[in-house]
Design a protein around this ligand. Structure first.
Ligand code: ZN
Length: 242
């Protein structure tokens, strides 16, 4: 059996048979990988606790016919433990794992940018570097952009005329000018639109200067934009306190 090493974040796990788990990983070099962790539900397991959601690990896998098998795991960082006491940060992190699982394409296709974005966002969340909700929304916008759904918060998403514009339409790709405006578009406040731009570009000092109202409105628009581009919405986003 061919062996390979990689770094990964554990996105989710599911039970398999009596004692095993199927672990969904976002790896640095092999994209999303679903692998079997044998015997990890036994209390005697050597690495059961290292293949839980939020674990950042270095691991060795053996190529299998259908699923690869995890043969070694070393912990790089344990984000669940560092988020554990902060419910708000924890639910934001859960939404990141779920959206990474959904936005990274087929298994095995390299997704290094998504991997680095996720690790950076989890670290920022665990270090309490910025307010949790802003880290989540920035992560979602940038992850959507990497997946090919970059929203436009300045120029009109349809004709490209320079902004700022008043109408937001998820299906059209972001802000629309008065000529391109579609029925059913939202009319967010100008400071909300500015905040969305700061979150997409990672302009943290400007993003942190935003008010609560702009943050709440921006979160709603990010969620709407994400829902539009995923077939089903994110369940975990319902638990995020906005
Ligand atoms: Zn236009």
């Amino acid at each position: 059996m061919a062996l390979y090493r990689d770094e990964a974040v554990v996105l989710r796990t599911q039970k398999l048979g009596e004692a095993d788990r199927i672990v969904t990983l976002l790896t640095r070099h092999h994209g999303r990988v679903r692998a079997v962790a044998k015997g990890v539900r036994r209390t005697s397991s050597r690495f059961g606790s290292r293949v839980e959601p939020f674990m950042h690990v270095d691991l060795q896998l053996a190529e299998g016919r259908t699923l690869d098998v995890i043969t070694q795991v070393e912990t790089l960082d344990a984000y669940a433990g560092r988020l554990g006491n902060d419910y708000g940060a924890y639910t934001c992190g859960t939404s990141m794992l779920e959206s990474a699982d959904r936005l990274v394409g087929e298994d095995g296709h390299p997704a290094a940018q998504q991997y680095l974005l996720l690790v950076g966002a989890l670290r920022a969340l665990a270090d309490r570097r910025h307010p949790s909700g802003l880290i989540l929304d920035s992560f979602l916008l940038r992850s959507l952009a990497i997946a090919g759904y970059a929203p436009s918060f300045d120029a009109c998403a349809r004709c490209g005329v320079a902004g700022p514009h008043r109408a937001f339409n998820p299906g059209a790709g972001g802000m629309l000018c008065s000529d391109c405006r579609l029925p059913g578009s939202a009319n967010p406040a100008p400071d909300t639109v500015a905040l969305l731009g700061f979150l997409l570009s990672g302009s943290w000092p400007q993003a942190e200067a935003s008010g609560d109202r702009a943050r709440r409105e921006a979160s709603g628009l990010v969620a709407a934009y994400l829902q539009w581009h995923l077939e089903r919405g994110l369940r975990s986003l319902d638990y995020v306190d906005r």
